[in-house]
Design a protein around this ligand. Sequence first.
Ligand SMILES: Nc1ncnc2c1ncn2[C@@H]1O[C@H](COP(=O)(O)OP(=O)(O)OP(=O)(O)O)[C@@H](O)[C@H]1O
Length: 210
Amino acid sequence: MFVTVCQLIYLQGDTLCKECFFYAFEEEIHKTIIDAKLFKRGDRIAIGASGGKDSTVLAYTMKLLNERHDYGVELTLLSIDEGITGYRDDSLQTVKRNKDTYKLPLKILSYKELYGWTMDAIVQEIGQKNNCTFCGVFRRQALDRGAIMLHCNKVVTGHNADDIAETVIMNVLRGDIGRLRRCTAITTGTEGALPRCKPFKYTYEKEIVM
Ligand SMILES: Nc1ncnc2c1ncn2[C@@H]1O[C@H](COP(=O)(O)OP(=O)(O)OP(=O)(O)O)[C@@H](O)[C@H]1O
């Protein structure tokens, strides 16, 4: 593989030109995928697409690496619409744009379809307290159910190194040893419905933004 001087310098934490930064960024994700044996040929992978920057960059990178390195996997965007007015409805527009830009199939699945309730209606019923906890649990299950509907055998999410560091600190403060042990794994959920992988486990948020 052709490696430029810039790419070698990046590995040592130095400055890079734009093109070499992109290439080095992409190849770092590829190395993570290969080292952790995240995918095998024939896998059908649902990309958790929230419309945020991380999952947008994830969709781009997964599509690119699948073609560049011939992973032989099938990719689909999967978006969960929690039914939060003024929040998810905006980001779903971004997901729809990503579908066209990256030419990937997209499935949008709503809490309303799955559970009969939107998140707005749940908040009206239970109030503001703990509603993020409810939403997080519902979303995890919705991603699994959506991926199964799409005949996918894996889910990937855009969780990055900063997200994982936050989760570690949260579990330390809570004294939750069980979660602390599990939360840094690159693949989770193997005991549940579907394995869930984090190709950005070692990627800093700042790099994703760049
Ligand atoms: N509504 C959703 N539909 C599909 N996937 C989601 C959704 N919300 C979150 N995810 C997945 O979980 C990851 C982490 O969730 P988080 O809440 O940190 O994302 P976000 O802040 O909405 O946006 P992003 O991480 O994409 O920039 C996302 O990168 C995405 O892969």
